[in-house]
Ligand binder design. Structure first.
Ligand SMILES: Cc1cn([C@H]2C[C@H](O)[C@@H](COP(=O)(O)OP(=O)(O)O[C@H]3O[C@H](C)C(=O)[C@H](O)[C@H]3O)O2)c(=O)[nH]c1=O
Length: 179
């Protein structure tokens, strides 16, 4: 497995070792010792799966007091995956990263606790899988509006499909100017 640094501190792209043959392919999508040795030394307590159609944007979400680290990947289709560093003491605070994840490159993205996360769907549909380091707590949910001016993310989709809940999310400045 190859671990690639990104422009966001502690956020890594992971390229698993893929074994291809005439039947298809095989790769280990998670192996605790190998991840620990790569510096991703967390206990994962919850796996999530979602399916989204083309043009959907899910996010940007985070948990406020019980932040989740996420190891994200796409098992079918293609997404633009976005992470935003919300750690105020980080050298990359307020910076965002966008990475193409799909079922051809089999890339994973490690997003540490303290980041907001979201993705847009570029293929007809996308099956999304991620491991989390903290349990989901609906009372602890936070988020940033997808078209936030400060972050200015290019989601690469026209007329995105956003949940009613996500349409009401605050801006980056509403969150951090109040702190
Ligand atoms: C996240 C989550 C949701 N749910 C239930 C709550 C709702 O009834 C339903 C859909 O939830 P939501 O609309 O929040 O799902 P997403 O918009 O995909 O949320 C996720 O979107 C971005 C991409 C993330 O990184 C987060 O993991 C997560 O916030 O699943 C659960 O039961 N457990 C969970 O862990």
């Amino acid at each position: 497995m190859k671990v690639i640094n990104t422009e966001l501190s502690d956020c890594y792209i992971i390229e698993p070792k893929v074994f291809g043959d005439s039947r298809g392919f095989f790769f280990e999508s998670f192996q605790l010792e190998r991840f620990k040795k790569s510096g991703i030394d967390f206990d994962f307590v919850q796996d999530n799966r979602s399916r989204s159609s083309k043009g959907v944007i899910r996010g940007l979400h985070f948990q406020k007091n019980k932040p989740q680290g996420k190891l994200v990947s796409v098992t079918r289709g293609e997404v633009l995956d976005v992470a935003v560093d919300l750690r105020e003491n980080s050298p990359t605070f307020g910076k965002s990263l966008a990475v193409i994840l799909n079922d051809v490159n089999n890339r994973q993205l490690w997003i540490p606790p303290g980041f907001a996360h979201g993705f847009s769907v570029l293929s007809e549909f996308a099956d999304f899988h991620y491991k989390c380091t903290e349990y989901y707590d609906p009372q602890d949910e936070g988020g940033i509006i997808w078209n936030d001016e400060h972050l200015n993310i290019d989601w690469k989709v026209d007329s995105p499909l956003i949940s009613d809940k996500d349409k009401l999310l605050p801006s980056f400045k509403e969150i951090f100017d109040n702190i």
